[in-house]
Structure formats: structure tokens, C-alpha cells
Ligand binder design. Sequence first.
Ligand code: ASP
Length: 323
Amino acid sequence: MKRLMTAMLATLTVTAALAEYPEKPITIVVPFAAGGPTDKVARDLAEALRKPLPNATIVIDNTGGAGGTLGAAKVARAPNDGYTLLLHHIGMATAPALYRSLSYKVLDDFEYVGMINEVPMTVIGKPSLPANNWAELMKWLEANKGKINLANAGLGAASHLCGLLFQQSLKIDMQTVPYKGTAPAMNDLLGGQVDLMCDQTTNTTGQIEAGKVKAFAVTTSKRLTTPALAKLPTLDESGLKGFNVSIWHGLYAPKGTPKPVIDKLNTALKAALKDAEFIKREEALGAVVVSDARVNPAEHKKFVEAEINKWAPVIKAAGQYAD
Ligand code: ASP
């Protein structure tokens, strides 16, 4: 009898705690530097979550490095109480093929909250680059073989994946320069310390619009409609047949986070993704907010699994690994 009472009391306490969730700040770990595209999505999402989670304070923790794997590992090891979350991108799915000894298991060590958006990428160059369009870029690349630098956010980052495919398609090797995120990489590109970068439109649209970087192409199979990007050709139409890379972001929690907490977060996420202001901001930067079933935990997990299977052979073929 006493045991039953204790169990009932424990259940009541958990239920009461969940009813009040969140009752302390929620930390969203962004596995890249502040000011970059993943960080921007997290900060805009935190703003859009204010209405569905009115008593939540959301803190962003930028733990960049190693292509997003340091931040992901941090969340995999965090207490599974709903107060530490991870906002990650396609790197969630590419890391298993790139790292021989990844300290976490993408499909086993996380609860999936849902998918957020899909984001195209752009090939951009430093302002002092003498090329102004694709044909001129090709000539410049040919003339400068062996001396070209390509910035990225580390092995496993979206910029790495895109850059890898770009080099493979062109059959030109470039010296890659890794950063903790593409915000610091963009600073160096603007300063002319690196030559090229492939990065999300959520980081490049403003710079392209302001004419501060050279923009050469978009990575999707279709041209984009965002005004500042609409004039850019696709890589496919520029001669890199079949090139089609669009990345995505999702929200995750450590494995074992109670289901009622995940459900509450998922309901809040769905509301945030319908927030007109959030949609407007994303669209202005070329991103598309997810409105299909992938916003659900199970469907997003299935999607990530499919992405792991899609990219693993491509990465293996490129022979890129890290320990
Ligand atoms: N855009 C970066 C990447 O290449 C990540 C970031 O800085 O948000 O994956």
C-alpha cells in the first residue's frame, strides 16, 4: 500500500511538473557561431515560440566547432528534462559518414521534436574577385588552380557538403579553411582572406543584396524567387548537371526527454512555424518553412534517416573522413 502511494505521488509530481513546463529557461544549443545562418534560425524561432510558450525564457548557446558535432554531442549528453535542446541542420545526417568515431548516435541519442525549414545555398566569392559571373569564375578558377581557398564551417557543416560537391563536380581541388560557423567565415570572405564559400541563403542574401560579395549561382535545381536571388543561375544550368543541394534545420532533445515535454515542444513548434512574421523573415532570406508531415517527430526522424542513407555514399565516394 505504502509503495503504491509512493508511486502515485511520484506520478502526480511528474504530471504537475510537466503541466508547468517550462518553469525555468530553455537552452537551445546552436552548434555554430553566433550571427550565422543556423544561429539566425534559432533566434527567429525563439521569438516565434514566445506566443505558444508564453512563460518560457529561451537562451541560445553557440557551441561551434567540428562541423556542428561538438554542439550535438553536448546535447546528447545533457540532462533529458526538456531544458536543453539542439537546433541543427543537415550536418545531423552527414556527420555519421564523415566521422569515424562520432561520440553520439544520431538516431538513438536524441528525441526528435520536428523539422523547421529548408534552405537553398549560394556560391559566393570575395568582393575583390575579378570574376562577375559564372563564365568569368570558371576562367579565374582555371587560371588559379592550386591557389584557391574555400571557406566552410568544418567537416560536416552544410558549407562543407556543398563545397565538397562543388569541387567534385568541377574536378578542381581547393584548400578548405574551416571556421566555427559561416558568420566568422563571411567576415574573412568580406575581408578577402578567403576566396569562395558555399553558404545558406539565410546568411548570404543580405550581402548579395548589398553588393558586398560576388554571387555566382544557387545550388537548387530551380532558380529562386526571392528578389535578390532570382537573377542567379542554378549550378545545374551552369553546367554542373544534376547539382541540387538544399539543406534543412530541425529541433532535437536528449534521448529520454519525457514524451509529454516533446509533445508540448512539438505543438509549440507547429504554432511557431505558422507565425506570419517568422514565415516572412524566412522567405525574405530564401528559406521555406516546413508545412508538411516532417514537422512531426516520427516523420522528421524518418526523413533524417533517409538523408543519412542519401549522403553516406556521396561522402564515401569523396573519401572524406575525420576521427
Ligand atoms: N552555414 C553553416 C554551415 O556551413 C553553419 C552556420 O554557421 O550556421 O553549416
